[in-house]
Every structure is written in C-alpha cells, then in structure tokens.
Design a protein around this ligand. Structure first.
Ligand SMILES: [Zn+2]
Length: 358
C-alpha cells in the first residue's frame, strides 16, 4: 500500500467551535457532521505557499497561515509542533513546486514558495513525519476540509523516508484540494482518490465520493467532478503547461518475445464467472498480468491477490487462466501483459467485453 493522503474533514461552523476531524473517524464513531454553510466568497484565485523551511506551528481553534495557527493540532491535542525542513536539494524542491503548480494548471491557484506581503494564502508545510501530529505512518498529509474554500488554511504534507517525488506532489495537491472544498472521489486517476492507477490529475469526469467504498459526497451531491468544483471555487485560467502524455519507456524489441494468444469465455454475464485465457507459447515467463479496466483499472498478477477485484489465476500448460466475476452489467476492457525472464514486456491489444445482465 502506498502512502496516501488521509481524509480530513474540518467541520467549520459559524459558532465559536471549530472542529477538524477525519471523515473516517467521524464515520466510525457515528458523529454527525455539521451541515456546513455554503461560502459567499466569490470565486477567485487563491495563493498556496509551499513551505520548505519547516518551523513552529501552534494549536488554535482556527487556522491562520500567517500566524502559524493550526486547528488540526488543536484537534489532535498537540500544543505545538516544530516541523522539520524539507529534505532535498533546491532542484528537488523546485521540481515539487513546479509539479504542484502543474496539477492546478488552468485554475486560479498560484503555487509559490515565498509568503506574500499581503493577502490571504494557504500554507502547505512539506516535511517531517505524521507521528509529529499523532497520526499513523500511513498518513501522507492532512488538511482542513469544509464544503467551501478555507482561506488561510494550514496544511501538512509529510516526507517519510523513500517517498516518491510524484507521490509527494500529488499529496500536496490532494490536501490543497481539501482546503478548496473537495471531497474524496472514487475515480482512481483523480487526485482526490485514495486509490491509484497511474498518474493523477483533477479530473473533469464526475464520480461518486468515498475512500474505499462509495458514499454520498459531503456537500450532499451524489457525485463530484473535482475539476468543475475547483473551477467554481477559484476560477479558470489559460493553461500554462503543455499537456504531455506520459509514455512508458519502450521495452527492448526482440524477436524472441512471445506471441500471446488470448481467448475469453464465450459468455459475459454479470454475476457469473468469466475467464481470460492467455497462452504464452514456449516463452520463458516470469510474470503474467491481466490489466482489468472497470470503473477503475487494476493489475491482476497471476499468483497474487487483489483486494479491489477478487480473481483466481491458474496455469494449464502454457495457458494462464484468469477467472473473475463482474458484479454489474456493462463494458470492461482488459490487456494481458507478460514479462519474460529478461524483464522484457509483451502486451496484447486492448480487448473490450460487455457484460449482460444476469
Ligand atoms: Zn484526503
């Protein structure tokens, strides 16, 4: 399991009481989350300061980026914390800032690393580890969240040993997303999702909300388009970054690579077992994967298990048989991929299958 940003819901109410709590904790304990008032803040750009220098943050009822107050600390019962500086070179820092800015490209979000002389800004402290704030080591970052833009928010993004640059960047964007009113989505390619299926961005596509299971969105809607919500909150701008498709490095071409023959069950019916047969011929095979794309994509590796998509895989001679059950009718896609003993990859084309109602 990679490190993931944890759901944080800051229940900001109009009375003096400000609570910040996680969605997960609130749900487990059956707390009622106060219905939050919609903001009358007009849509407009926000400034996000990424802080690499660390520093003192003090518990308070309300966040104040300028004063160094954090409601999350108050909620955690931590009086104050000295956040260590970002661990990394100037180049790595610049890359992080550029990466975060790119995630908000086309939106009214300025990602800087110097505190502006005037005006409201959100600060994201990048550094330290989650235990400083009393969180488990799986927590990648934490931010206040309400159903509106929380100006002056204080966000924490942790930098545990070995965290990947892209993961750190996506966690910053995710936590900042919370301060702009975004909930968690179930679309794995969305920055606000807990699940991962490749690089993430704020997606236009609407999807249900939730962490590992579907639930209603905190704003009462059934679905969230992260992009549309951000546009409503901070406004749109011309894009500054060229959108580049990330192309995986081409594996070395070799005539020795296996030809894969794929067959599938004749019938595809929701609720019934469905099999994909991948014949690898006489190839020296190390791994056989089935990439299965439903509402989100998963990699099913023969010999391993997958929590999201239960499946079985068995070998019959040179054929690997993946068997799974699609719970709902509708279209799916799949690709088989084989890695040989020399690390070379061979992929099939994308196959499409439509499951009928059972
Ligand atoms: Zn979150």
């Amino acid at each position: 399991m990679s490190r993931i940003a944890v759901a944080l819901l800051g229940a900001t109410v109009v009375t003096a009481v400000t609570g910040v709590t996680t969605v997960a904790i609130a749900r487990e304990q059956g707390w009622t989350l106060p219905r939050l008032l919609r903001s009358d803040r007009p849509a407009g750009p926000v400034t996000v300061v990424l802080n690499r220098h660390g520093g003192l943050v003090v518990a308070a009822e309300d966040d104040s980026s300028r004063l160094g107050y954090s409601g999350i600390l108050e909620r955690q019962g931590v009086a104050s914390v000295e956040i260590p500086a970002f661990r990394g070179s100037d180049a790595e820092w610049d890359e992080l800032r550029r990466c975060v800015q790119e995630r908000f490209d086309g939106l009214g979000v300025d990602v800087v690393d110097e505190v502006p002389a005037t005006g409201a800004y959100t600060v994201a402290h990048v550094g330290g580890t989650p235990d400083l704030l009393g969180f488990a080591e799986t927590v990648g970052g934490i931010a206040p969240h309400a159903d509106r833009v929380l100006e002056g928010s204080v966000v924490f993004v942790f930098q545990p040993q070995g965290v990947e640059a892209r993961s750190l960047c996506e966690t910053v964007a995710h936590e900042v997303g919370h301060t702009l009113g975004l909930d968690h989505t179930r679309e794995c390619s969305d920055i606000m999702s807990y699940e991962t299926c490749g690089p993430k961005e704020f997606r236009v596509v609407s999807s249900g909300c939730g962490e590992w299971e579907d639930r209603d969105c905190e704003d009462g809607n059934a679905e969230q388009s992260s992009w549309q919500r951000l546009v409503a909150a901070v406004g749109e701008r011309p894009r500054r970054f060229v959108v580049e498709e990330e192309t995986p490095p081409e594996p070395a071409v070799s005539s020795e690579r296996p030809t894969l023959a794929v067959q599938r069950s004749a019938q595809a019916i929701a609720g019934q077992e469905f099999s994909v047969y991948v014949d690898v011929g006489d190839a020296d095979v190390r791994e056989v994967d089935l990439f299965w794309y439903g509402r989100r994509g998963v990699r099913l590796r023969c010999g391993e298990q997958n929590e999201a998509v239960p499946f079985a895989c068995r070998r019959e001679g040179s054929t690997y048989v993946f068997t799974l059950t699609a719970e709902k009718a509708g279209a799916r896609k799949f690709v088989a991929r084989v890695e040989d003993g020399k690390g070379r990859l061979t992929k099939t084309p994308v196959y499409r299958v439509t499951f009928e109602r059972g």
